[in-house]
Design a protein around this ligand. Sequence first.
Ligand code: PEP
Ligand code: MN
Length: 374
Amino acid sequence: MISVINDNSIKDPYRLVSRKNHPEDTVVEVPVGKTGKSKKIGGGHFALIGGPCSVESQEQVLSIAKDMADYGASFLRGGAFKARTSPYDFPGLGKQGLKFLKTAGEASGLAIVSEILSTDDLSIFEDQVDIIQIGARNMQNYSLLIEVGKLKKPVLLKRGPSSTIEEFLMSAEYLMKAGTKDVILCERGIRTFETATRNTLDLSAIPLLKEKTHLPVIADPSHGTGLWQLVEPMALAATAAGADGLMIEVHNDPDEALCDGGQSIKSERFKDLAKKVNAIRQVMVDSHKQPENMQEGRDKIDEIDRGILDLFEKRMALVDVISQLKAGENLPVEDLAREEEILEKVAEMVDESNLNDAKALMKSLFEISKNRQR
Ligand code: PEP
Ligand code: MN
């Protein structure tokens, strides 16, 4: 008897997106406008995409774009053509909105992500948008997938709220078969019996998709929950689950947003979220994977340095607390027994080959801390 289930010669129905035929992670390299620069997603390149649900004015997107760039995002999102459930809701600013986005992208250096609704708009999206988004509601709009795929531009494909993993991958296959190599998959919540949240963010989809496909997988905890309070915890969970990036709705004044205000966070919260995401990324970074070139190696070092500095700030804040406590009890700043204790623990924490350097690092931290306390 031939085992059908284990027969590897039977190919996945989605052959271009399947990892079986392409074991290496795909790194999607997105050209930023006509600057000659690019931004990457996948294969260790983590991407933060932030911005409003819909573009509302030039000032709005300019100010959010500046914040996003300052806080570590590499992409600006913003809907110009909005797929609204009600035909009476704000449909977006259309072509004008795309222009505002493009201007904000040029001012901030961010690449632009925006959703296309109709094949009527192919040429303007080809010209003005860096990543073309196909929204959840259009995931199985096959004629749209084919026409967008033919442009050979990077595409961000959102999972339909009632679609299976296989259907999702089949839609990505349509895009690739039509011509694009650069598809980013986005888990954005599925419809379940639960009504307390807008959707149920399917976190298990992230590692599962990454097993089945070489394409980058990102998560959208804004649409995935519908509640701004849940955006950060789910963003962190998605990062820990192995996502290659996050798409977050950020608004300057969520209470007055024309679309999805209840799930939008302000820039300051995005800043905090980005810091925490980066801390989780430290754990996720595969240090055994050799960088392919100097730039890639330096990007990784920069990511780690951000984490080190963030922890350094936390450590110094605690040093200040300890300093107060010592003063209250009239204890001296220097405590050599305590230093010895820490250095002994270092030996258990690091590899033999790093022990001396790690001890030297800790000793200089002790000096910095003591100077500050004095
Ligand atoms: C969006 O990202 O603006 C959007 C409408 O999302 P979704 O298609 O996932 O509902
Ligand atoms: Mn939205």
